[in-house]
Write a protein that binds this ligand. Structure first.
Ligand code: ZN
Length: 242
């Protein structure tokens, strides 16, 4: 039996910790899940490899989910990356810009990702778009805020005559709570898988292994991931559920 469109989702999947948890969240909920990644000229092919490693590890470790995981899609957005040239896509250093935003901010990145994602979801007959946007840990990214996402959902549904729902399961969670959600969804095997296979470090460092995974340990992305891990472990590795 073909699963209904209402039970289908497209996960915006970068291979990082957040989107890996989102993928597990979707696999626990929907009958049919596909993934999409965006190549906008990131400095590190590491992220693109991590995407495939996380998918493969989930297929091996969670046979119940494996049957729900459909194809992966990769969309070339290098033209957008060229416009948005920042620390993520060029050799500019990490700093706070005059607008108070980190230099890693690619203007409107999530608006572009979700718009391309919605067009793909339309073609693939998928209804929900799942993304790891989060407004809790201050990151200074205005395109991650709930207001922005709600406005975009409305614009996409008007502009594409659709009934998409943008799901952001991490929106209200701290980084420690994101580990707790992984614990709820797949227990220690999922937490271990995300530590080992997902990649967050802006510098693409896969040489140094910490308790929380690989990374330089010093860039803002590593700091967020490490701090979240440390407070989650200090709390006794709880789940989210009370
Ligand atoms: Zn790092």
């Amino acid at each position: 039996m073909t699963p209904s469109r209402n039970q289908s989702a497209l996960v915006l999947f970068s291979g990082g910790q957040d989107s890996s948890v989102c993928l597990a969240w979707a696999l626990a909920r929907y009958d049919r899940v596909e993934t999409v990644g965006f190549d906008y000229g990131q400095r590190h092919a590491v992220e693109m490899e991590a995407r495939q490693h996380v998918r493969q590890a989930i297929l091996s470790a969670f046979p119940d989910w494996a049957g729900r995981l459909g194809p992966d899609h990769l969309i070339d957005l290098t033209g957008f990356g060229a416009i948005a040239e920042t620390a993520m896509t060029s050799e500019r250093s990490f700093e706070i810009t005059e607008k108070g935003l980190p230099s890693t901010f690619v203007p409107g990145r999530n608006l572009v990702f979700l718009t391309y994602g919605a067009a793909l979801a339309d073609r693939r007959g998928l209804r929900d778009l799942v993304g790891g946007m989060c407004e809790t840990d201050f990151s200074g990214y205005p395109d991650c805020r709930r207001d922005t996402i709600e406005a975009l959902e409305r614009a996409l549904n008007l502009g594409m005559a659709q009934d998409f729902r943008i799901q952001t399961p991490l929106m209200a969670l701290t980084k420690a709570e994101t580990w707790a959600l992984a614990q709820d969804l797949g227990g220690a095997p999922l937490v271990d898988l995300i530590c080992e296979e997902s990649h967050t470090c802006y510098r693409g460092d896969r040489d140094r292994r910490h308790d929380w995974g690989y990374g330089c340990g010093a860039c803002p992305a590593c700091e967020l991931r490490a701090n979240g891990w440390t407070s989650w472990v200090a709390a006794g590795r709880p789940g989210l559920a009370p």
